[in-house]
Ligand binder design. Sequence first.
Ligand SMILES: O=C(O)CCC(=O)C(=O)O
Ligand SMILES: [Fe+2]
Length: 274
Amino acid sequence: MSMSHNLVETKLLDALNEAGCCVVEGAAPARTMDRIASELAEYASRGTIGASDFEGRLTRRTGSPLPRSTTFRSIATHPLVMAAGEGVLGHASTWRFSAAEFIEIGPGESAQRLHRDQWKYDMVDFDFEVELNGMWAITDFTEENGATRVAPGSHRLTNRETLSHSDTVAAEMNKGSLFFYTGSLYHGGGANQSEKWRAGLSLQHAVGWLTQSTNQFLECPPAEVADWPDDLLRFIGYAKTGNGLGYWRDSEDPLSAVHPERDFDRGWATKRPT
Ligand SMILES: O=C(O)CCC(=O)C(=O)O
Ligand SMILES: [Fe+2]
């Protein structure tokens, strides 16, 4: 029996509020995950491995999945992503996509150091949420194969906590599931004690007044995205943002760089948080 969308969203937002994390089982068909993996395979085969201890010496990371995978593009604005983002970041004037990365944890990899993703923002100890992140299960995630370790409730702690493995649980989920967590939640990639690779597509979203993790205008330049849907282009950053941010040249709308043939309103964004 399937729950109605509204009920799923309500439970998701309650869990994100209470625990700072939530797994939604079966958010997409397994074959959608297989397609993403096969579209990224040629890039992953040239991907970087072992760049640093934090990134994982036996972990392969492949960036820029938006231009590289049409199937990922088709789910980047998935209704659950939009609902979770609105629920966690809707306090800000705007929020948007920040980055995505295909993460494959290899057999024998050790556990990643526990961290808060929002530490990327100069370790500012925000007392409100600035990021809503996630992970699509491209393969099954099990405790044995390195499912992400999370400390539920740790989104309410401060930067000064010293949590250990015993404070965490494995975010186990089946292929096609979607795991969400806030930028304030302590977590880390798990140790892979199996013989197979664990693959996930990690997602980052942030309030519109913070810099995106990866530079979307280099990864998805105007000349290459003219046939992408407007809502996706807006979401990745071709939009005025925050309060008076993100315009270009003469108070112009950044989407006009993709579609110079169209008319757009000029002027700064004047949206303020309510
Ligand atoms: O791969 C994972 O399970 C988590 C990776 C992670 O948290 C990170 O690299 O920031
Ligand atoms: Fe992380």
